[in-house]
Ligand binder design. Structure first.
Ligand SMILES: [Zn+2]
Ligand SMILES: [Zn+2]
Length: 164
């Protein structure tokens, strides 16, 4: 489901921006743009690759990494390290925060107004504070339903949440 405050360029816009930056837009890259479109799973490079390679068996993981990092450099997606053991890519460029499940490592977007939060000046020590990002850690509904004593098979590349 794509919520209305979700913010990302369309695959066509991304392709145009890519060309504007003097980069080649290959069919693989176009497909990566499509995979990212509306993707709320905060995928890893590996999970984007896993989806892509099903349709394009000759694609390399390196191409996926390169494309994701180029999109990151262009400010079109964010790369996040939320303590899940692998870098996650977030195409949602709307200001938002995250809920992270400490067991299965799914990540959900969270929209909070934290504009009222102020850092006491004596704690800043001359630091100019910029963007604040809040990460809540806990258990998702699925993991809560499984109970706390069950060992789950966490995979470090579980970037795509395939649960229904
Ligand atoms: Zn979970
Ligand atoms: Zn996000």
């Amino acid at each position: 489901m794509v919520v209305e405050w979700w913010l990302m360029r369309t695959p066509e816009e991304l392709a145009r921006r890519f060309r504007e930056h003097g980069r080649k837009v290959t069919p693989q890259r176009e497909r990566i743009f499509q995979i990212l479109q509306g993707n709320e799973s905060h995928p890893t490079a590996e999970s984007v690759y896993a989806e892509l390679v099903r349709e394009m068996p000759t694609v390399s993981l390196k191409t996926v990494y390169q494309t994701l990092h180029e999109l990151g450099d262009m400010g079109e997606i964010s790369s996040l390290d939320l303590g899940t053991g692998s870098v996650r890519f977030d195409p949602n460029q709307a200001e938002h925060h995250h809920l992270v499940c400490t067991r299965c490592h799914i990540i959900r977007d969270l929209y909070l107004d934290i504009s009222e939060v102020r850092i006491p000046i004596e704690q800043l020590g001359g630091f100019e504070a910029g963007v604040a990002e809040i990460t809540f850690r806990g258990l998702c509904a699925d993991c809560r339903a499984k109970g706390s004593d069950r060992v789950t098979d966490f995979r470090s590349d579980a970037g795509v949440n395939n649960k229904s």
